[in-house]
Every structure is written in C-alpha cells, then in structure tokens.
Design a protein around this ligand. Structure first.
Ligand code: NAD
Ligand code: UDP
Length: 343
C-alpha cells in the first residue's frame, strides 16, 4: 500500500518524503511545481537511496487524481499541497480559495470515488487567531484573521463534516506552529522565492549577505524583550509527527475519526532570541533595526503539546541551536537554493 504525498516536492513535503521512505513506506509524490523544483526529488533519492515515484499533477484535476490513486494503489494521503503566503492571500483571495479549498474538495472527492479514506492534513496555528490564553490548546476557539487562515479553517470544517457523515473516514489535522530548519544532510531545505516574509529565511539572507539587515517588527509588545514570541519547530520533528499520525490512523488507534493536534515544541522564542541563536550557529553578525509592528501580528503564540504527546506519542526533540545549525548548513550548501548547490 502506498501513501500519496501532495506537495511532496515542497519544503515540508520533501522532508516528509524522507521520513516516510526511511520508515519503509512506499510513497508517490504529487506536485504541480508551482512553488518547488523537481531537484528536491533527486535530493530525497540521494538521502534515502530510493527512487522517488513522482506524478506532476494539480490537486484540482480530479480525473488525474483518481487515475493516480488507483494506479499506485494508495491507502492514505498526506496533504501538503496549497498556497501559504498570508500577505499574498489578502491580494489574491480567489486564488487561495481555488487552490486550497477547491483543490482539497476535489482531492477528497477523488479519494471517496477510489475508496481511499485516510488523510493527514497540514493545518496551521493561524486558525486560533489572537490567543485568548497561552499555551494554545486544541480546544482554544478558532478564528481566522486572513484569507489564508480562512482556507485552512474551511478545510478543517470540511474534514469534520465528511468524518461525521461516515465513520470509515479517518482524518488527522495537524496544526503547525513555526516550522524552520532543514534536513541535517543539508540536501533539502526551505527555498523561498523573492523576498522572504518569514523570520528564519530573512535572517539567513542577512547572514549570507543577500540582505543588509533584518527589520524587527515591533519592540513594544508585552513580551520579555518587547519583540514577538513564536513556537519554532524543527521540520524533521514536524514530519516525524506526520509519520506517527499516519501510524495512528492506519492502526485504528486514533481517539476519533477526525482529530486535530498541535505540532509545536511548547517553547516560545522572541525575535531577538532567534537572532542571537542564529549568530551563534553561523558565526555571522545579524544586523537589525526596529521597525513598526506588522499588521495582524500577535505578541505571543506557542503550543500546548500535551494532546500531541497523548494521541501521537510524539514530542519535538530538536532544540533551537539544531534548528539554526541545520538551516545554516542547508544555506551554505545551496547558497541560492536548489539550483546553486556547492560541494
Ligand atoms: P511549499 O510551498 O514549500 O509546499 C507546497 C507544495 O505544494 C509546493 O511544492 C507546491 O508546488 C505544491 N502545490 C501548491 N499548489 C498545488 C496544487 N494545486 N496542486 C499540486 N501541488 C501544489 O510550502 P510548505 O512550507 O512546505 O507548506 C506545506 C503545507 O503546510 C501547506 O499546506 C502550508 O499551508 C502548510 N503550513 C506551512 C507552514 C510553514 O510555515 N511553512 C505553517 C503552517 C502550515
Ligand atoms: N518578524 C520580524 N521581521 C521579519 C519577519 C518576521 O520581526 O522580517 C517577526 C514577526 O513579527 C513575528 C516573528 O518574527 O513576531 C515570526 O514571524 P513569521 O512571519 O516567521 O511567522 P508568523 O508571524 O506567521 O508566526
């Protein structure tokens, strides 16, 4: 039986492919390469010593999905494919609803027609909106505050409705906090195109000289040093959570046929703590200046991780130094992303 990994050529998906292959699963990667390159698939093969079965396709193409699910005899889907930039989602919301919501609807329809009834879905801590209490537990009220977040919440609701309609479906909704880091080989990692929106890719581009300095958005938050606090999680830990979720669904030991769990470390780090940790790992100075708060940002956001531990028997293990070291190793080996690998 094969696991279909949508978006498997992307940042988190490529790490997930490595984890699933190394755990002995057969996988097939489906990606339309709208935000990835197929070089990542060659790198997955290099790390694992296994050939990667790949189908270039779009999740909105239901007929093709059905062919792929049948041809590869898939038993489950890990669903990463989607658009993910918050700022962009406010500019082109219809593209986000089409790709994320319509795409997931077509994928679920194809799965229903082929009798494939298990899915692990990439959700996000953004579904909690402004925290009413911390750490965030899974029963914290949900309230998306931008189109991207709304697509995640709509998809979560769709999965809950489908699960309620038929007990033979099984869904694991994984709410990611802030994934960072790279595989410790330095062969796969995050490859952002254009000016990065997220903190870690921006810091790496200051470290390698591509950007002059980091703008720290806000130094007057009610946090220990005034800068925003987030729960950064190593991507390798994150994908191990997916492996566990798949095992839990496949073995029938899930607490219900649609469960949602946080994937975070439970620790919050400020922007300035991230800067200092990256300076230690890279031995480079990260120049920064304070800038106004960014619209829509919250002061603090970090996970309660108890449910993930209970349901998945999983805990993040890699610390902040490992996150920064592995990111820097990836960047040094691929200075401008996949096209510019150096030996
Ligand atoms: P990514 O852009 O690197 O990966 C997404 C992949 O999906 C890309 O390879 C892209 O080419 C592919 N894709 C997009 N639309 C597609 C479509 N219609 N059909 C087929 N393939 C398509 O992003 P990522 O950081 O690896 O994120 C993966 C998932 O995790 C996304 O759903 C994202 O919303 C979610 N997520 C990411 C973060 C984060 O900080 N990276 C946080 C929370 C949730
Ligand atoms: N941040 C920053 N400068 C940047 C990018 C991000 O100061 O160039 C801050 C941001 O305000 C937040 C933290 O870094 O406090 C994490 O931001 P990111 O966009 O990576 O994640 P998110 O806000 O989506 O959790």
């Amino acid at each position: 039986m094969t696991v279909l990994i949508t978006g498997g050529a992307g940042y988190i998906g490529s790490h997930c492919c490595v984890a699933f292959l190394q755990a002995g699963h057969d996988i097939v990667v489906l990606d339309n390469l709208s935000n990835a390159t197929s070089i990542s698939l060659d790198r997955i093969a290099e790390i694992t010593g296994q050939k990667v079965v790949y189908e270039q396709a779009d999740i909105r193409d239901q007929a093709k999905l059905e062919t792929i699910l049948k041809q590869h005899r898939c038993s489950a889907v890990v669903h990463f494919a989607g658009l993910k930039a918050v700022g962009e989602s406010t500019k082109v919301p219809l593209a986000y609803y089409d790709n994320n919501v319509v795409g997931t609807h077509r994928l679920l329809s194809a799965m229903a027609n082929c009798g494939v009834k298990q899915m692990i879905f990439s959700s996000s801590a953004t579904v909690y909106g402004e925290p009413q209490f911390l750490p965030l537990t899974e029963d914290h009220p949900t309230r998306a505050v931008n189109p991207y977040g709304r697509t995640k919440l709509i998809i979560e609701d769709m999965l809950r409705d489908v699960a309620a309609s038929d007990p033979s479906w099984g869904f694991g909704i994984l709410r990611y906090f802030n994934p960072v880091g790279a595989h410790d080989s330095g062969l796969i990692g995050e490859n952002p195109l254009g000016i990065p929106n997220n903190l870690m890719p921006f810091i790496t581009q200051v470290a390698d000289g591509r950007r002059e300095q980091l703008s720290v958005f806000g130094n007057d938050y009610d946090t220990r040093d005034g800068t925003g606090v987030r729960d950064y999680i190593h991507v390798t830990d994150l994908v191990e959570g997916h492996l566990r979720a798949h095992e839990v669904l496949a073995s029938g030991s899930a607490p219900s046929n649609c469960f949602a769990v946080n994937l975070g470390t439970g620790n919050g780090y400020s922007v300035l703590e991230m800067v200092r940790a990256f300076e230690r790992a890279s031995n480079k100075e990260i120049r920064f200046s304070f800038a106004p708060r960014r619209d829509g940002d919250v002061a603090e956001c970090y996970a309660n991780t108890e449910l993930a531990h209970k349901v998945l028997n999983w805990k993040a293990e890699r610390d902040l130094d490992a996150m920064c070291r592995d990111t820097w190793n990836w960047v040094c080996k691929n200075p401008r992303g996949y096209e510019t690998a150096v030996d």
